[in-house]
Design a protein around this ligand. Structure first.
Ligand code: CAA
Length: 249
């Protein structure tokens, strides 16, 4: 099957995994738009220069995925400037780790809003268009820790597990309409998020990974590109683990 040039949006598009997903989709010939949080504006100049140096043209639109109103405004701006969205990668996510004993509601709420509720806020504005056009690829970036739970991440594990519930429900709604909805669940990936884990804990985590290393963001991006392809029309509602053998089921 021929690959058409599609319009792709990647939320958290200037982050550790998001940037590399944008690059990969752009290299595959798609028109790509990265969304970023307004607080990241100071990073945009350097980020754009890095993409230009690779010969890649990637659109940028700011907005807060954890807000229903701002998320809808952002996605409407994306469609006005770049046209209908064919591929949506929900990649924006944060951690606010802490044991249950210490976790406060603010940490819980921030992670549920940004990692889980955002998926509804951002998908909703493009869903009807996908149904009307009879085509769509939605890829939700979840986590190993949503599959198996993680000490110190009750908030994050709950949000990431919830994402896959959303995937499975929406996959059923899109199945007869040309829309696939899938989850990709990375394990520990070398990014600023995992750099923030205390060094002794990080070393212990890596020691427990059968492959004895973290994933590279490119290894996540290649699975996303596979699921985003025109020719990958029959995988839907799946959860693809990319964790170096850390969790198998
Ligand atoms: N299982 C069981 N017990 C554990 C444990 C584990 N995995 N980790 C720590 N403990 C125990 C400790 O041994 C310690 O026990 P004692 O009180 O008996 O000595 C107790 O729990 C407290 O541990 P800490 O000293 O670590 O507690 P802390 O309050 O200083 O730190 C924490 C808590 C911030 C949650 C810290 O443990 C931590 O950073 N853990 C790693 C969390 C993690 O994996 N985050 C992933 C971030 S990356 C990401 O999220 C991306 C992705 O998708 C994978």
């Amino acid at each position: 099957m021929t690959q058409n040039r599609r319009t792709a949006v990647v939320t958290g598009g200037i982050g550790g995994i998001g940037t590399v997903i944008c690059q990969r989709l752009a290299k595959d010939g798609h028109q790509v738009v990265a969304t970023y949080h307004p607080s990241e504006e100071d990073k945009l100049g350097e980020w754009s220069k890095a993409q230009e140096a690779l010969g890649l043209e990637i659109g940028l639109i700011g907005g807060d995925v954890s807000s229903a109103e701002d998320g809808a405004r952002m996605m409407s701006e994306v469609e006005q400037r770049f046209g209908p969205v064919d591929i949506l990668v929900n990649c924006a996510g944060i951690t606010r780790d802490g044991t249950m004993k210490r976790m406060v509601a603010k940490q819980w709420d921030a992670v549920i809003q940004t990692n889980l509720n955002s998926v509804f806020y951002i998908t909703k504005p493009v869903w009807e268009g996908m149904l009307e056009r009879g085509y769509g690829r939605i890829i939700n970036i979840s986590s190993l820790n949503g599959q198996r739970g993680q000490f110190g991440q009750a908030n994050y594990s709950a949000a990431k597990a919830g994402m896959h519930g959303f995937t499975m429900a929406l996959a059923q709604e899109g199945a007869a309409k040309g829309i696939t909805v899938n989850t990709v669940s990375p394990g520990y990936v070398k990014t600023a998020m995992t750099d923030a884990i205390r060094e002794d804990i990080r070393e212990a985590i890596v020691g427990g990974i059968p492959m004895r290393r973290m994933a590279l963001p490119e290894e996540i991006a290649s699975a996303v590109a596979f699921l985003a392809g025109d020719d990958q029309a029959y995988i839907t509602g799946a959860n693809i683990p990319i964790n170096g053998g850390l969790f198998m089921h």
